[in-house]
Design a protein around this ligand. Structure first.
Ligand code: UD1
Length: 367
């Protein structure tokens, strides 16, 4: 079995699958890293912290335009598939590495397993929506995390025999790591007190590539005047510098702009925050599991369950909306308790066990 990863969130959602696969002597795991993320704090730190084996190969693709990056990965993953001859190729998530891995395999007639299949934001302007739709439609095994995701696939005419609702491997990772993560001493490092700060993350092209949208978010943050910790994606940091908006953030005096943090550190920062402002997909769910209210800096989300349950509010990059909704939440004192009582639709924490024990390795099903 080959597992293709490349970007930060894919490493996290693959960790429980890797651990489970290593327990089964019948499963020969070939972990391939495309090299989409290459900075220590965007990739290697997760292998170290999550105690993962090194990939058998790093394809070293790196950054570039979407077409170039996906094309280059396609060429290099194809070579890896020809070299390692896997029975099946697993691709987690919705990044360019996901799509390239799926395309390389399916074109060589190797069955594809898509981890986190069926997620839909219904916003084709997001590169991730394009990646996940195309990946789903060329996959043999579609591993979904929730009823919503399963229903999305059925609506698109995908046969139910291809769909395996196993739950969310991110939830598996969360359960496996939160006991250790929540003991981390990270608040002290950034001079934060529990329940008295906001976590902010922004990295979507729609928010950072358009200076007007980035300015709306920076203005909202300045107006909110709350202590904030802002682990910035390298591209976001670059855009803040280029646009000069970094000075506006510095002027507020209460925004701690820091380098990207590790998985454990992020869980701890999120657990102790009053609220989260983010455009990340994964962080919306992690905030939900940690009972921290989330305000999503997007117009759409693939995790509508969290919105329907009142744990997440879509505020886009509309300054007025961000300030108004976050202020209301900060004034209320029972929001965390309300989220605590909510049903978790993302499985039972055994998604990776079910996945590895599924018919994935049954040759009669594969062929
Ligand atoms: C990718 C995923 C996104 C995911 C995110 C997590 C796609 C289309 N998007 O977005 O779904 O939420 O990863 O972070 O695959 N850069 C560095 N160092 C790195 C990696 C990137 O400096 O290690 C910078 C480069 O300037 C690069 C930019 O970040 O051009 C964007 O990186 P890229 O891999 O294209 O996409 P992400 O925005 O990280």
């Amino acid at each position: 079995m080959m597992l293709v990863v490349g970007a930060r969130p894919q490493i996290i959602k693959s960790a429980p699958i890797i651990r489970e696969a290593l327990k089964h002597s019948a499963v020969e795991l070939q972990l391939v890293h495309t090299g989409q993320h290459y900075d220590y704090e965007m990739s290697k730190v997760f292998f170290d912290e999550l105690d993962l084996p090194d990939p058998v190969v790093n394809l070293g693709v790196g950054s570039g335009s979407h077409g170039w990056q996906t094309g280059e990965m396609l060429i290099r993953v194809e070579k890896a598939v020809l070299r390692f001859k896997p029975d099946v190729v697993l691709v987690p998530g919705d990044t360019n590495s996901t799509l390239a891995g799926a395309l390389a395999a399916v074109k060589l007639h190797v069955p594809v397993g898509h981890v986190e299949a069926g997620a839909r934001s219904y916003d084709m302007g997001m590169p991730e929506e394009v990646n996940r739709r195309l990946t789903d439609h060329c996959s043999r095994f579609l591993f979904t995390v929730s009823d919503n995701c399963t229903n999305n696939l059925l609506k698109e005419g995908i046969e139910k025999e291809r769909i395996f609702q196993v739950g969310d491997t991110m939830y598996d990772a969360f359960l496996q790591h939160s006991p250790r993560a929540l003991k981390r001493d990270v608040l002290k490092r950034f001079g934060l007190e529990p329940d008295s700060y906001v976590v902010l993350t922004v990295h979507r092209p729609s928010n950072v590539e358009d200076p007007a949208n980035l300015k709306n978010i920076v203005d909202a943050v300045s107006q909110l005047n709350e202590t904030m910790v802002f682990p910035a994606h390298p591209r976001t940091m670059e855009r803040l510098r280029q646009s000069g908006l970094i000075k506006n953030l510095e002027k507020t005096g209460n925004v701690k702009l820091i380098d990207p943090v590790s998985y454990h550190e992020m869980l701890k920062l999120t657990a102790d925050a009053r609220l989260v402002l983010t455009d990340s997909g994964g962080l919306q769910k992690e905030a939900f599991w940690l009972h921290t209210p989330c305000f999503t800096l997007r117009e759409h989300t693939e995790w509508m369950e969290t919105v329907e349950y009142g744990a997440n509010v879509l505020v886009g990059n509309n300054k007025k909306m961000i300030v108004q909704k976050a202020t209301e939440c900060l004034a209320a004192d029972d929001t965390k308790n309300k989220i605590k009582g909510v049903f978790n639709p993302f499985g039972d924490g055994k998604a990776s066990v079910k996945m590895i024990n599924s018919s994935l390795f049954d040759k009669s099903v594969i062929t």
